[in-house]
Design a protein. Sequence first.
Length: 484
Amino acid sequence: MSGQVADKTKTSSAGPPGGGPLDRWFRISERGSTFPREIRGGFATFFTMAYILVLNPIILGSAKDKFGHTLSTPQLLTATALVAAVMTVIMGVGGNLPLAIAAGLGLNAVVAFQIAPLMSWPDAMGLVVLEGLVICVLVVSGLREAVMHAIPQALKQAISVGIGLFIAFIGFVDAGFVSRIPDASNTTVPVQLGGSGALSGWPVLVFCLGVLVTIALLARKVKGAILISIVAMTVLAVVINSVADIKSWGLTTPKVPTDIFSAPDFGLLGHFSIFGAFGQVSAITVVLLVFTLILSDFFDTMGTVVGITAEAGLLDKDGKVPNLGRVLLIDGAAAVAGGAASSSSNTAFIESAAGVGEGARTGFANVITGGLFAVALFLSPLLTIVPLQAAAPALVAVGFLMITQVKNINWDSYEIAIPAFLTIAVMPFTYSITNGIGAGFVAYVVLKTVLGKAREVHWLLWATSALFVVYFAIDPIEQVLGVK
């Protein structure tokens, strides 16, 4: 848990315990929080992840299914906002954790570029629904929760640290502060500063100023530091965009829209076929596609839930997440809802860390975030003017807050230190929470075995590590099975 965030929470005046029905339901005072802090956290989380309203329609809308059909961008935006709004509120009210939900990045790319080309869009979204149903079954059976409890505490801390580095890296990349070198195949250096080895352009300046403002406000323990930075940098970006000649801000241009309102289009809701894929591809291919979705969703969520809850200081003395079974069931239901609405699998968002960094400790922050997504159904032109360069500094700052947990890992014990290191390193280097968790699990099992301590490894970690071996070797397995 971040010392800075924890100290701020413990020393705050949260008001009398049980101050009202909402306070008692969400346990706001009990967790050392306040309504203003939860509201600020809800706003911070929304503005940090509002990019999904732009990015998800772009990813899904840019792909064609087997028959050359594409999905409508306005309909995708409506579906994205609607599912995010509903499931985020449900997670807040039912799970009482500050974990916002929206269409999962990476998962939507799998659906768009790996699954849809093999079948129709309704069939592809049907596989997403099927994946969500399987995850719900795993939750109800207790298997998903048991896996999370079987993870050693040090690996849980490493997952949180790795996520911190990962989201900081996302912030740097999204803002254009770091970019992939175009001729990556001819150089040993995969990334560089800016777009050409040097920082240039007004958008990057907005990001740099945003980072400095955010860390300065955090250091002075200003209430609303992250949200203040996002709003201030958005205003600055709007001003700069109006007076300077800027080629591109990326996905979102900070420009005051001519139209504030836009009517939602619910045309994609219900357009899915659970078993339609079996008529398009072989059963083995269907199983492998669903397996890929399940594994990515399963462990991305696990890492996010553990990391965010640890940062919020909500893990119990045994390192367990409160209301875990309910939280995981809601997350599984979000995958089902995403497929049913054609917005792809929805899952807990790591950007929720921005709200936690702002002080959110309960599900009431989700009610605010979900409410803003609901408003976005009608005010999307206005609420999507926040450029990535204004929101990304929050990810960098929260990355710092999360990485402070590295001090709790025993680096003198190689059997835990090496798996922890791989977990931390692989996440940002492969741009995947799932890959980092898998590398850590496999290394942990191998080291325990070679040191003659195989009996100390929970059987669920053995089983999970075996699945990760299949996950990492999926390409040769597909070739052997002849499904390539």
